[in-house]
Design a protein around this ligand. Sequence first.
Ligand SMILES: O=C(O)C(=O)C[C@]1(C(=O)O)C=C[C@@H](O)C=C1
Length: 200
Amino acid sequence: MASGGLVSSSSGTMGCSLVLIMLAVMAFSRCIICMATAVEERSLLETAEFTLDSVRQSLTGQEDTIVYRLIERAKFPLNSRLYDQKYELVPGSPGTLIQFLFKQTEIVQAKAGRYLNPEETPFFPENLPPSVIQDRTYPVFLHLPAASVNVNNIIWDVYFNKFLPLLVKPGDDGNYAATSASDIELLQVTEDSMCLQQHK
Ligand SMILES: O=C(O)C(=O)C[C@]1(C(=O)O)C=C[C@@H](O)C=C1
């Protein structure tokens, strides 16, 4: 896991940090747009519930959420112990702390029915428990072959290994719970957005 960051302590001022954050946001958005355009274009089946306008609105809302989450994440330093396997912060569980917390979050959310929604693709799909709540129906709008496209490993790699070290300042404030919650929410909304984009 790379460490370090563009937002060095020498940059100091709030204004400079904000400019760097916005540059980082633009770089991340560009990565996401590149990934989206790399996926074959497909026509969206319009239904009463699901129209191009409603998809456009969803994407705009998700973009705003991504920017907001990036700003939230930038409040914490890198906290690289979250992402480094060598620290073995979870006894008896191989892997990094972020992998462990992400899996646990997805387990709880699977029980709440999150992954019954075809727009949601878990990052750790292995051995997820079934939903404990009553199923609901979702509109069928996904082109079936496109539904099998999964870019979560690309989102993961770009975010943790390339983007995050540019977004945040170096250091460790021990705030692992809040930092990981911020990472998880950010990756999940990015995944939702990618899912919509790859089917449009
Ligand atoms: O590189 C890591 O640390 C990862 O955990 C990447 C990893 C994986 O489990 O391999 C994590 C989740 C994604 O869905 C795909 C890739």
